[in-house]
Design a binder for this molecule. Sequence first.
Ligand code: GLC
Length: 368
Amino acid sequence: FPVTIREMPADTGAYFDKLRTEFQAGGGEIDVIGGDVIWPIQFAAQGWVQDLTENFPASEQNKFLPAHIQACTYEGAIYAVPWFEDAGVLYSRTDLLEKAGYSAPPKTWDELKEMALKISQDEGIPNGFVFQGKNYEGGVCDALEYIRTHGGDVLSNVTSGKVIIDSPEATAGLETYHSMITDGVAPKAVANYDETTSVPVFGNGEAVFLREWPGTYGDIAGGAYKIKADQVTVSPIPVASGNESSSTLGGWTFMINAQSDLQDEAWEFVKFMSSYESFKFRAVNGGYISARKAILDAPAVQEAIPTVKLAKDVLLEYATSRPVTQYYGDMSLEMQEQFNNALTGDTSPQQAVETLQKSLSSIMQQAE
Ligand code: GLC
């Protein structure tokens, strides 16, 4: 049967808004949705997507990463099939690090700052570090890594629990975030950067470090940019001394519109797209981090894309979900705004976490 692909906005928030409008108007023409890992629970709670438990039983779910399965599960049923994984990683210009006498990528935020400033000055490179600081979903992903690598968090338990963001640790995380700009490590423009604007800066050789997702390595290796794969490595997100690394878990999933008349065909398509062979093709040719555990370990994949192994280690050891609740969409809008304000300095880190403590708590109270 023929499948028509519809191109949706690259910004996950804009894509979400578009889908929501269509679902609220009755579901439209959509059968299968390739959607962000933060959506299945929200969509399931609205009744917009199909319960897939019969076709996708626990024995199949076991072949995928547990944190991703958790994000697809709502009230004991599963509503999405994991597609690929994202986890925040640090990209470094290994050639420049070596030249400057550094033998490894930075492990702490202080080391990153020192290296970024020294190398950008010595080499006349305009930026030390670029990332996604804009007021949008990606800004939440980035800021959470600062909060968590300083020992803070949003909820006491990722699927439920109390809001705990008003803490000295979370405040310190946002202080480090803001200091990237005030210390001259990152350009002021990072407060408006998303993936599509930050990656080319690094890709064109205009930054020493980039925080991004693993798939970008595949684009670099594929020749999309001026810099080449042998000039780049990926490593875990740096920490504030004494803390564990943390990478925001991203990724994409397949869901089926509950209103679709083509339930069987839709499932056939999802089955094909999420098969071992399809995932392997995307891993080898696109550098995507497959949601199937077996592919992450396949030698053919690790050979084709050397960072798969590094990204996999980051994923398995440090990836942490954004709050896994049906209220995440509302929580995210609050965080997007406050994290962006803290980055630019419009709001102090202390004020930002105090504001969030109140607004997120009132959103989570709906759950009680
Ligand atoms: C990536 C991640 C997704 C995240 C988005 C933010 O696409 O896979 O989970 O929400 O970036 O921009």
